[in-house]
Design a protein around this ligand. Sequence first.
Ligand code: APR
Ligand code: PHB
Length: 392
Amino acid sequence: MRTQVGIVGAGPAGLVLAQILRVQGVESVVLEAHSRDYVEHRIRAGVLEQPTADLLAEVGAGERLHREGIVHRGVELQFAGERHRIALSELAGGAGIVIYGQTEVVKDLIQLRLDSGAPLLFEAEDVGLRGIETDRPVIAFTHDGRRQELECDLVAGCDGFHGVCRPSIPGGVLRESSREYPFGWLGILADVAPSNDELVYAHSERGFALLSLRSPTLSRLYLQCAPGEDIGLWPDERIWEELQRRLGVPGWTLHEGPVLEKGVTGMRSFVVEPMHHGRLFLAGDAAHIVPPTGAKGLNLAIADAAVLAEAITTWYETGSRALLDGYSTVCLRRVWRAEHFSWWMTSMLHLTPGGDPFDERLQLSQLRYVTASRAAATTLAENYVGLAGARA
Ligand code: APR
Ligand code: PHB
C-alpha cells in the first residue's frame, strides 16, 4: 500500500488532519488501534475554544456542533464559599466557548471520513514505524490478521501519549519537560440537568471540584482525588456527598441523578521539543499533555492538526519545506501558553496534599485578585477562550 500521508491514531488530532487533507486533495490513510465503538464511547473533555469550533465548521465538521453545541459566555470561580463570574466574552472581545463533547467531535469526523470512502482502519494492531529519517517512511501493521506495509511521504504521529510514534524517534533527539501533580480527577457523567448555567471551578478546603455539562440533560462533574485513586472506594452516594460539600453554596442546589459513567484520570504536564524528526510529525497528546484544568488538551490537538495540514498542503503545492520545518516552532508557542495556563489554573485551584497554610493563603489571594481585577480577569478570559495562544 502507498499513500501520501500515513496518520497513526483516530483521535481529534488524526481525524482533523485527515479531514483537512482530504478537503485539500491530499491522500491519507488513518490507522487506529482500537475499534470504532471504543473510540466513539471514550468519555473525554468537552470545551471547545471559539477558534476550535470555527475551524471544525470551516472544514465541514460543524453541522451537528452548530445545532447541539451550547455557547457559554462566562465561567464561575468559587472560593471561600462564594461564586464569582468571569465574563469571558465581555473580557475577551466577544469570544466564548462551546460545550460539545470530544466524543461527539470524534463521531462527527469518523462519519465524514467513512462517508467520503477515504481509508480509516480500526483495530490496526502492532503498528510500527520504519525509515522516518528517509524519504520513504513505512508504517507496518496487522489488520484482519494480515501483516501489511504502508509506504508514505510523511507520517503524522497522532497516537496520543501512550502511542508508538514518539518512542520511534531515536534517543537524544527530543527534549522532554514534564511535571507530575500529586492528585487526580474523579469524573462522572450523570443523567441529570446541569445545576448551573455556567461551569463552576471550585476551590474548597476539601479539595477542588468542577461542575460542567454535556447537554441540557447531562451533567459532567469532577472531584480532586489521589492520583491513583481506587474508583471502587467511591460508590455513587459518596461521590454525590463529596460534590455537595465542595460545590455547595447557600441558596443553590446541586441536583443528583443516575451516574452513567465514572473514572479517575491522572494529571500531568508534558512537552517534547521539537515536535518532528525526519519525516515524522507529532500532533496532539503524542507531543504534549496538559492537566485538564482549563480544558486545553482537545483544543491544542486540533490546532496542531490545522498547522500541520497547512504545512503539508503547501509542501505538495509548492515544493517548499518552509512551513513543515517551522511546524514545531509555530505549535510550541501555543502549546507553552496552554501549558502555563493549565499549570496556573491547576495550582490556583487544587489542595496540595501536605501543603502548608501559606500555599492556601496564596491561592486565595490569587483567586480574589483574578475575580476583582479586570486586568487579571482578562488574562484568564483570553487564555480560556483561546485567544492568548495566537498571541504567544
Ligand atoms: N496505533 C494506532 N493507534 C493508536 C496507537 C497505536 N499504537 N496508540 C494509540 N492509538 C490511538 C488511540 O487509540 C487514540 O484513538 O491514537 C488515538 C489518540 O487519540 P487521543 O488520545 O484522543 O489524542 P489526540 O487526538 O491527540 O487528542 C487529544 O484527547 O486525551 C485527550 O485530553 C486529551 O483532549 C485531548 C485529546
Ligand atoms: C469537561 O466538561 O469535561 C471539562 C470542562 C472543563 C475543564 C475540564 C473538563 O476544565
